[in-house]
Design a protein around this ligand. Structure first.
Ligand code: AIR
Ligand code: ASP
Length: 282
């Protein structure tokens, strides 16, 4: 295979140039990091599971009219996505108190919030992704007020939809992080799309009955068996066969091959919805 040009390497993913200039290939690594990369490990199977889970959730969200960067799955570790300009804001939606919210405000983990809470963090590793308000975002030009409004609306809709989807399979969506990107159309109109990934790396998911943590907190808090948690989520979503993708600690190649036949239901049939009116040329 011809060598592809690497565009960017992050902590959990690599981006390669796609087959045309508007696309990018997103490769999911097995690397797990936490606390801004201070803690690091390689966990066999994580990339495959995140690729599969994210493809599925993005496809579902497209199905309810939320535009995403996802185009289609390519293989068990890669997906084709639209090339976007990432807005440097991490949008966190919380339903139940956990993580940094508890630390910052002294809340008890597991407390149900009176209403979902939307927070913004400035995406800047050197600063440890600090919490910011809407005014910071507008003042420093990270996003304009129209974009912010569209982002908040989408974040609420994603939360409504995913909370329902997970509660239907016995899981509680405690909180999650979204990233958005800009795409410009041929008339200079702007499209905002959901980008990055939606996986147990950036969602807290608990078993609704036992409150067992199934997400990356297993790694952050040394609870062990990260992949088992991710597998459990994928199994509940019906994305992998029961028994998972591991066999005696190694990846089960046979099961992995079968994951190559991945749903691409909505791929390529979609239209983007602009948040600005196209400037019609006279
Ligand atoms: N998150 C935030 N930055 C990176 C990630 N992955 C996600 C966490 C958690 C939510 O955002 O995975 O689901 C809130 O994180 P925290 O640490 O602010 O409590
Ligand atoms: N993804 C970030 C890191 O690698 C933060 C986290 O998920 O805890 O440090």
């Amino acid at each position: 295979m011809a060598r592809r040009k690497k565009i960017y390497e992050g902590k959990a993913k690599i981006l390669y140039e796609g087959p045309d200039p508007n696309t990018v290939i997103q490769y999911f690594k097995d690397d797990a990091t936490a606390f801004n990369g201070v803690k690091h490990d390689i966990i066999a199977g994580k990339g495959v599971l995140n690729n599969r889970i994210s493809a599925h959730l993005m496809t579902k969200l497209e199905g309810i009219g939320i535009p995403t960067h996802f185009i289609r799955s390519i293989n068990m570790r890669e997906q084709l996505v639209r090339s976007v300009e990432i807005i440097p804001i991490e949008v966190v939606v919380r339903n139940v108190a956990a993580g940094s919210l508890c630390k910052r405000l002294g809340l008890k983990e597991g407390e149900l919030l009176f209403k979902p809470l939307v927070e913004y963090y400035y995406k800047k590793d050197e600063l440890g992704d600090p919490l910011v308000g809407e005014d910071h975002i507008v003042t420093f030009g990270w996003a304009d007020p129209y974009e912010l409004e569209a982002i908040e609306t989408m974040a609420w809709r994603v939360n409504d939809y995913l909370s329902g989807l997970f509660s239907g399979i016995g899981l509680t969506l405690v909180d999650f992080k979204l990233e958005f990107g800009r795409i410009w159309g041929e008339y200079g109109e702007l499209y905002l799309v959901l980008a990055d990934e939606i996986s147990p790396d950036n969602c807290r998911l608990w078993d609704s009955k036992t409150k067992e943590k199934l997400d990356k907190d297993r790694f952050r808090q040394d609870l062990g068996d990260l992949v088992e948690g991710y597998q459990f989520i994928a199994e509940r979503l019906g994305l992998i066969p029961e028994g998972g993708i591991l066999k005696g600690g190694d990846l089960n190649e046979k099961v992995l091959q079968s994951l190559d036949q991945i749903e691409n239901e909505l791929a390529e049939k979609r239209k983007l919805k602009g948040i600005t009116q196209p400037k019609i040329r006279k």
